[in-house]
Design a protein around this ligand. Structure first.
Ligand SMILES: [Fe+2]
Ligand SMILES: [Fe+2]
Length: 192
């Protein structure tokens, strides 16, 4: 494991709860396995998995203030559900805390809640890992786990994203505009 991994791992214990750290390690492990299966950089995947929830325990007001300060677009949905901002805010914060992190890792952290329209393979891997890591028990998770490494990466992501969207609709939650934009793009590219 790299020195950056050790530093990041130690820094996390100062920020996240015990269960948060357990989840981060599970996502790192899962992201590493997915990266191996799909030919994505394994070290980047593990690091992004480890650090993806860097700002998860940051409060709503602080996230909104940080987003404003950092120039991260804040939509009505972000104001209603500031928790979503833990991904982009965490990503920007990580760039200053760990200057050695690759831009690809930062981008994957930024994209893990509502996505971006340009999802690179590493972004897909981290998003999926967050969804299917050990400890996750939502409806449909077993199906996603069974499909991991079997169906193409883009298809696996589409299954995972559809599952998340279904959950948002079923529980009558807001859908972020970036999530809608990404879904529409995925559908327009769907080769099936
Ligand atoms: Fe998260
Ligand atoms: Fe997470």
């Amino acid at each position: 494991m790299s020195a950056l991994w050790d530093t990041a791992r130690a820094a996390l214990t100062e920020r996240l709860s015990e269960s948060g750290i357990r989840h981060s390690l599970a996502v790192a492990e899962t992201a590493g396995r997915l990266a191996e299966a799909y030919g994505v950089d394994i070290e980047d995947a593990r690091l992004a998995g480890l650090l993806h929830d860097w700002s998860k325990d940051t409060g709503a007001d602080e996230l909104l203030a940080a987003a404003d300060l950092l120039g991260i677009p804040v939509t009505d949905v972000d104001r209603a559900v500031p928790y979503l901002l833990h991904a982009p805010v965490g990503a920007v914060e990580l760039t200053s805390v760990f200057p050695g992190l690759s831009p690809a890792v930062i981008a994957a952290v930024a994209a893990h809640t509502y996505g971006t329209e340009t999802m690179e393979p590493l972004d897909l891997v981290v998003y999926i890992a967050d969804t299917i890591a050990p400890g996750r028990s939502h409806e449909g998770v077993e199906l996603l786990r069974a499909a991991a490494g079997v169906v193409p990466l883009q298809e696996l992501f589409m299954l995972a994203y559809a599952n998340s969207l279904r959950h948002l609709v079923d529980s009558r939650r807001r859908i972020h505009p970036a999530t809608v934009a990404l879904w529409n793009k995925l559908v327009s590219e769907d080769q099936r």
